[in-house]
Design a protein. Structure first.
Length: 88
């Protein structure tokens, strides 16, 4: 099993775009018991990846509860970097 942050990054190489809720739903079965598997923890990992140039923001909207959702994607260079350093 990969570290949680690695799994979060790898997820973005398999989807067109995702928000923190999407990532959590995708990784829930394997990582729900991790202490850092919280919405703030996942959001922080995503924002760190964006700050490091691996991900970029694509859009935002409001969910059914009125909470802001920010969507990100791994652009071509970011996906190449992620896949180079984090193997399957």
């Amino acid at each position: 099993m990969k570290p949680l942050n690695y799994a979060i990054l790898k997820h973005f190489t398999t989807v067109e775009e995702a928000c923190a809720d999407d990532v959590m739903n995708a990784l829930k079965s394997e990582y729900s018991h991790f202490k850092a598997f919280t919405k703030p923890g996942v959001t922080s990992a995503i924002m760190t990846a964006e700050a490091n140039g691996l991900l970029e923001e694509t859009r935002f909207d409001m969910d059914e509860k009125g909470e802001l959702r920010v969507f990100y994607r791994a652009h071509e260079e970011g996906a190449e970097t992620i896949n180079h350093y984090i193997k399957e």
